[in-house]
Ligand binder design. Structure first.
Ligand code: SAM
Length: 221
C-alpha cells in the first residue's frame, strides 16, 4: 500500500485548481496525525475484514479516484463494517469533503461506527442505518462520487436513481462488476450493458481486486 504524502496531494490539487484553498489540508500536523491513525488502524485490521468487505487494493483505488479528481460529496451504498468507507473518508479528509454511507444491517452498522471512531475518521462520515432501496430515491444530491456495494440485483435500479444526482465530471463506481460480466459471470451482464450504453458515461473496469466499474459522467442527463 502506498504511503500518501498529504502536503504533496494538497499542493497538486490546489495547483490543478481541483480544490479551493480552504478545502485543502490546512494543518499539516493534524493531517499527519490523522494519516498515522488511519494507517495504524488499517494495518492492525488488515486480516480482520470478514463482512464481505472490499480488498485493500480496491480500497486504495477508491481513495485514489477521490483524491486525484478532488471529489468532495460522496455516497456509498453498503457500508458493512466500514472498510471501503474508511478509504473513501480518508480521501475526503484530503479534499475537504464528506461521505454519506448507508447500511441496512444493525450489527454491521454499529461495528462500522466503532471502526470510524478508531480510525479517526468519524467527522468525515455521515453513516446511516437505512434501506438503500428507499433512500436512493429520497436522498438529495448532488454527489460527485458514488460507490455501490450493496445488494447486487438492485444495481440497475441504484444506477437509474442516482445517475441524475451525479454531477458532470463525477464518478459512479460499483463493486463486483467486471466487463467479463457480459458473458454472464456474476449476473452483472445487464448492469454492464446499462453502463456502457448510457451516452453521457465513459466506463472503465478495474480488475486488480474484486472487480470495479468506474464510470465518469461527461455530460448532463
Ligand atoms: C459487500 S457488503 C459491503 C462491504 C463494504 N463496502 C466494505 O467494503 O466494507 C454489502 C453490504 O450491503 C448491505 N445491504 C444490502 N442490501 C442493502 C440495502 N437495501 N440497503 C442498505 N444496505 C444494504 C449488506 O447488509 C452488506 O453489509
Amino acid at each position: 500500500m502506498k504511503a500518501i504524502p498529504t502536503t504533496v496531494w494538497a499542493i497538486a490539487l490546489l495547483s490543478a485548481g481541483l480544490v479551493a484553498p480552504d478545502c485543502a489540508a490546512q494543518d499539516p500536523a493534524s493531517q499527519n496525525a490523522l494519516n498515522r491513525q488511519v494507517r495504524a488502524f488499517l494495518d492492525a485490521n488488515r486480516r480482520q475484514w470478514r463482512d464481505m468487505n472490499v480488498s485493500e487494493v480496491d480500497g486504495q483505488k477508491l481513495f485514489d479516484l477521490v483524491v486525484e479528481n478532488g471529489y468532495t460529496t460522496a455516497l456509498e451504498l453498503g457500508t458493512s463494517t466500514g472498510h471501503s468507507a474508511i478509504w473513501i473518508a480518508w480521501a475526503m479528509s484530503k479534499t475537504g469533503g464528506t461521505l454519506i454511507t448507508l447500511e441496512i444491517d444493525e450489527r454491521r452498522y454499529n461495528q462500522a461506527l466503532e471502526n470510524f471512531e478508531a480510525a479517526g475518521l468519524s467527522r468525515y462520515i455521515d453513516a446511516r442505518l437505512a434501506d438503500a432501496h428507499e433512500l436512493v430515491y429520497e436522498i438529495k444530491g448532488p454527489f460527485d462520487f458514488i460507490f455501490v456495494d450493496a445488494d447486487k440485483d438492485w444495481y440497475p435500479r441504484y444506477f437509474e436513481a442516482l445517475l441524475p444526482k451525479l454531477t458532470v465530471g463525477g464518478c459512479f463506481t460499483a463493486h463486483n462488476v467486471s466487463d467479463r460480466g457480459r458473458r454472464g459471470m456474476r449476473g452483472m451482464a445487464g448492469f454492464v450493458e446499462a453502463l456502457e450504453s448510457t451516452p453521457n458515461l465513459e466506463t472503465e473496469f478495474f480488475r486488480a481486486g474484486g472487480g470495479l466499474s468506474v464510470s465518469y459522467k461527461r455530460a448532463p442527463n
